[in-house]
Design a protein around this ligand. Structure first.
Ligand SMILES: Cc1cc2nc3c(=O)[nH]c(=O)nc-3n(C[C@H](O)[C@H](O)[C@H](O)COP(=O)(O)OP(=O)(O)OC[C@H]3O[C@@H](n4cnc5c(N)ncnc54)[C@H](O)[C@@H]3O)c2cc1C
Length: 367
């Protein structure tokens, strides 16, 4: 039984369904309604730290070459990622280059190179680092591909099934939804995103201290004549602004990290204005009219690494949480890891130590 029909829950359910009977319980009427449907949908190595980069690298092959029949459309397309810096930010760019070169081929750009790749940036963008092999993901295709694989293998999805009661009796977890439907299974996978700690509390399992943080995105028109198809995903070296082409327009985020309760996140006027302000500060774009806006939650564990594995304090309770701002691009590796731990097969990502992902690492802090 998997609780949560976002990318974490669906990818784990699809992987587990190769050897087990699996069903997913999703509170909303559709999958991917929360974080998984609100992301910036990039795969690149500038996100997170070394562990996140290793999980991303381990996921990339699946995204580029999903199994036969997984999806009718590609799970992403190539889009360069450009990290740009002013003269006074150069040192930070140098340090980042050394770290990221271990994972990706990068080109170092001077001012002319930066502006050739992204003519929208202001003149003071003097230095750049570009990964020309980054991927713009298709979140819908990823969600639907996993769902299709789950169903092809006999698994089930129950939507509008918000879990409100969880009990362990004998060797089973017994779960009841708000609508009164009952479900039962020996293993419960908690993939409830921002609500994962709440699910643990319902089950009487020690929480791990997850922190949901809101992030805002706005869309608006690019200046007349902009070749949108040529633009990269462009990010400032400090976490202040990113923007990229989006369905014939541009999107931008001020990279806000506002602590939030688990909820249907809504954009706040301040962050909307900040996105427009920073866009005008760093680029030549005038944000005359905001076409659309949304916010989503990025949920972090205390050490900002995901938690995957059985809870140390409850038999059959399996954590799959804390995917922060990298949950789409790491989902194939995380799903494989979940399956390896549940089925007792070989650890699939040798570059990452199992202990670094184990939910048990938070136990001492909560004891
Ligand atoms: C603005 C933004 C930009 C991002 N950019 C990127 C990016 O470029 N690349 C990247 O890889 N990642 C990115 N992310 C992060 C990524 O979106 C998340 O890490 C990922 O979607 C988390 O997936 P999830 O399945 O854990 O959570 P969710 O998608 O939120 O799924 C959890 C599900 O659990 C369900 N649920 C909760 N409680 C219950 C209950 N009681 N009963 C039943 N179901 C329940 C919820 O309804 C929800 O559908 C971004 C996120 C945001 C917000």
């Amino acid at each position: 039984m998997v609780i949560g029909g976002g990318i974490a829950g669906l990818s784990a359910a699809a992987a587990l369904s190769s050897q087990a009977k699996v069903f997913v319980l999703e509170a909303e009427e559709q999958v991917g309604y929360h974080s998984s449907g609100r992301s910036a949908t990039m795969l690149h190595y500038f996100l997170g730290d070394r562990l996140v980069r290793a999980l991303t690298l381990a996921s990339r092959g699946f995204i580029e070459n999903p199994p036969h029949g997984f999806s009718d459309v590609p799970l992403g397309h190539s889009m360069p990622v450009l990290i740009h810096a002013r003269e006074d930010e150069r040192q930070a760019l140098d340090a980042l280059e050394i770290e990221i070169r271990q994972f990706a081929d990068l080109d170092r750009l001077d001012s002319a190179g930066v502006h050739a790749l992204c003519p929208l940036l202001r003149e003071d963008a003097a230095h750049g680092l570009v990964d020309r092999h980054a991927i713009r993901l298709d979140a819908h295709a990823m969600l639907q591909g996993n769902l299709r694989q789950l169903r092809n293998r006999g698994g089930e999805l129950h939507t509008a099934a918000r879990v409100s009661k969880i009990e362990r009796t004998g060797s089973n977890w017994n779960v009841t939804s708000e609508t009164g439907h009952a479900f039962s299974a020996p293993i419960l996978v908690d993939a409830a995103g921002s609500w994962a700690d709440r699910i643990a509390l319902l089950a009487g399992v020690r929480s791990i201290g997850l922190e949901p943080k809101r992030r805002t995105i706005i869309t608006f028109d690019a200046p007349e004549g902009t070749r949108l198809d040529k633009l990269p995903f462009a990010k400032t070296i400090p976490d202040e602004l990113y923007f990229a082409p989006e369905s014939g327009r541009l999107f931008a985020s001020p990279m806000d990290e506002v602590p939030s309760e688990p909820c249907d996140a809504q954009p706040d006027e301040y962050e909307i204005a900040l996105a427009a302000y920073r866009m005008e500060e760093r680029t030549i774009v005038k944000v005359r009219q905001i076409h659309s806006r949304w916010a989503g939650l990025r949920t972090f564990s205390p050490d900002k690494h995901p938690a995957v594995g059985f809870a140390p304090d409850a038999e059959g309770f399996f954590w799959l949480a804390g995917q922060g701002g990298f949950g789409l691009q790491t989902s194939p590796a995380m799903a494989e890891i979940a399956a390896s731990l549940i089925f007792g097969s070989d650890w699939p990502v040798p570059e990452v130590a199992p202990a670094a992902l184990s939910p048990g690492r938070f136990a001492a802090k909560h004891a």
